[in-house]
Design a protein. Structure first.
Length: 268
């Protein structure tokens, strides 16, 4: 005789679930919490499938232009680089504006450059023949003539400072007491200053007078300040001449950017 299968009635099933619920209710909370966490550890992946997809869809709906963290980092780096370039260009425009205000001749061009290396009485700058630079051009540092171009390659050039014996320029000496200018030649002493050569003692000169680079066709259209007389005494070797020392307008160690005066005709 076949055994009858046991089929629990609805009342039996309800009673069983009720008893289980009462038992769980009476179990201490620390035990039920562990059971809860264990349940999520086992079935958490399946429970989150639907909600994760819905969350990602919600993000894309709410933020259609959102990008990944990696892409965001790339954009942030690019932005910071552009900001740095902008600040550098703004600095050069400000410098160019200040120099241009003191340059009255529209035929004069200016090529801005950075000092990339320093030697004794010499700068190396990051501009060359590709930028219109040639030997002999005047170089400005904060609006004052600090030297001239000596050697030029395509991308870099050397600047002999007025403190170098290799830099020899015609100058004009301002003598406001007599409302006049006296001509002379300046040459560096290979130390930290320059001297003016062959100025007759009959010219009434004294300390504090300003020295200007004299205009030169194709090189400099109008006088540019170099510095001022720091010492003016009788030349020991030739008493009919002055022994004149010149202090540059600026400390060369403080100069990081320069401007090369380029007559526009030279750029053509």
């Amino acid at each position: 005789m076949a055994r009858a299968k046991f089929r629990p009635s609805k009342l039996t099933l309800f009673t069983g679930l009720l008893l289980i619920g009462i038992i769980l209710l009476l179990i201490p909370q620390n035990i039920t919490s562990k059971l809860n966490f264990a349940f999520f550890d086992i079935f958490g992946f399946f429970l989150n499938i639907g909600s994760s997809a819905a969350y990602q869809q919600k993000i894309q709906t709410d933020l259609p232009d959102a990008v990944s963290r990696r892409e965001y980092n790339k954009l942030e780096v690019a932005y910071e680089n552009l900001q740095s370039q902008f600040q550098e260009q703004k600095k050069q425009i400000d410098l160019l504006s200040r120099i241009r205000m003191t340059e009255p001749d529209p035929a004069t061009g200016l090529v801005l450059a950075k000092v990339v290396n320093r030697r004794k009485n010499e700068f190396i700058i990051n501009r060359g023949s590709a930028d219109g630079l040639v030997k002999g051009q005047f170089v400005l540092g904060d609006n004052a003539v600090i030297g001239c171009i000596e050697d030029v390659s395509k991308d870099i050039s050397s600047v002999k400072l007025i403190s170098s014996s290799a830099c020899k320029l015609h100058v004009k000496i301002s003598a406001p007491d007599v409302n006049s200018y006296f001509n002379g030649t300046i040459q560096g002493d290979d130390k930290d200053a320059a001297r003016i050569l062959n100025v007759p003692k009959k010219y009434k000169l004294k300390e504090g007078y300003y020295i200007y680079a004299a205009p030169s066709p194709g090189i400099l259209q109008s006088p540019r300040i170099i510095g001022r007389i720091s010492k003016c005494t009788i030349d020991e070797t030739n008493p009919v001449l002055w022994a004149i020392k010149v202090k540059p307008a600026y400390d060369f160690d403080d100069i990081t950017d320069v401007a090369v005066i380029v007559i526009k005709a030279e750029l053509k």
